[in-house]
Design a protein around this ligand. Structure first.
Ligand SMILES: Cc1cc2nc3c(=O)[nH]c(=O)nc-3n(C[C@H](O)[C@H](O)[C@H](O)COP(=O)(O)OP(=O)(O)OC[C@H]3O[C@@H](n4cnc5c(N)ncnc54)[C@H](O)[C@@H]3O)c2cc1C
Ligand code: FES
Length: 254
């Protein structure tokens, strides 16, 4: 069930100038949080940032009663969140949205671009528990924007592309040589910039491989009231916040 809760910032970990992880101490932990679920975080220190901002759950720790979010600074909201001090209150609505499907004993390619890597460590953990093999493909402009490689390696092999060639293969994720072996994968999961997910969805369809994408549509309420996150599917328009953010590309009108 959805909860609105005041939590406390337990830890703020900066990964570089514009990327950080916030760990929140929760008064009450949800029974279940799955990869793809997100929270709407209130950023109301100024009237300029009236609406909550959506962030995927990056990690959950039931021993410490904490939930973490991986955040990239984009505009005012994410900048204000980056200035939170340890012990400060943070109000969140969670858990929201659906989750990635977890398949057993298969080979999966899990692709993240930019802040889209946020839900993918949790996904890798879930897939590994199901006995599936995970190959991660992480893409960024430059080495400085590739994060958490060791954490990803806990759950699968990690392949990297950077647009300037400073780490891994040079180019975008869709240029990586792993695509030459794509028919050896049973399923693709991806989260990242829209053009990246469109390109991956197209390749997946061409190779007849199941592909799930987690959409980062602009959201306001996060629970189906404002309709600002609507996405067109073959079964009509759907709210990305309640019926997504995870969709099978076969269902999307892309
Ligand atoms: C379901 C969901 C999960 C998300 N998970 C994460 C996450 O785990 N980590 C993370 O860093 N970000 C995530 N995002 C994106 C994040 O919500 C936006 O980056 C954030 O709302 C921007 O707020 P802001 O106030 O800093 O920028 P704003 O001032 O609101 O916007 C600044 C600029 O960013 C653009 N922008 C606004 N919202 C988005 C968006 N959703 N995606 C891309 N560009 C946007 C605007 O068009 C504008 O040009 C997620 C989005 C969704 C919908
Ligand atoms: S964000 Fe309001 S309906 Fe989806």
């Amino acid at each position: 069930m959805k909860k609105i809760q005041d939590c406390k910032l337990k830890n703020m970990r900066y990964l570089n100038d514009d990327t950080y992880i916030i760990e929140l101490s929760m008064p009450v932990m949800p029974e279940k949080i799955e990869s793809g679920n997100f929270a709407e975080i209130r950023v109301d220190k100024t009237a300029d940032v009236f609406l909550r901002r959506p962030f995927s759950v990056y990690d959950v720790n039931y021993k410490d009663n904490t939930i973490s979010f991986f955040i990239k600074t984009i505009g005012k909201g994410t900048q204000l969140l980056s200035q939170l001090q340890e012990g400060e209150n943070v109000n969140i609505i969670y858990p929201l949205g659906n989750s990635f499907s977890k398949i057993e004993n298969t080979k999966t390619l899990v692709i993240g671009g930019g802040s889209g890597i946020a839900p993918l460590i949790l996904l890798g953990k879930e897939l590994k528990e199901k006995g599936s093999k995970v190959v991660y493909l992480l893409g960024a402009r430059t080495e400085n924007d590739i994060h958490l490689v060791e954490e990803f390696e806990t759950y699968g092999e990690v392949l990297i592309t950077t647009e300037d060639g400073s780490l891994g293969e040079k180019g975008r994720v869709t240029d990586h040589s792993i695509w030459n072996k794509i028919s050896s994968f049973d399923k693709i999961y991806t989260c990242g910039p829209d053009p990246m997910m469109h390109a991956i969805g197209k390749i997946a369809k061409e190779h007849n491989i199941e592909c799930e994408v987690s959409l980062e549509n602009t959201m306001a309420c996060g629970f189906g009231a404002c309709l600002c996150c609507v996405t067109a599917t073959h079964n009509g328009n759907k709210c990305a916040c309640t019926e997504g953010p995870v969709f099978n590309v076969k269902d999307l009108k892309w």
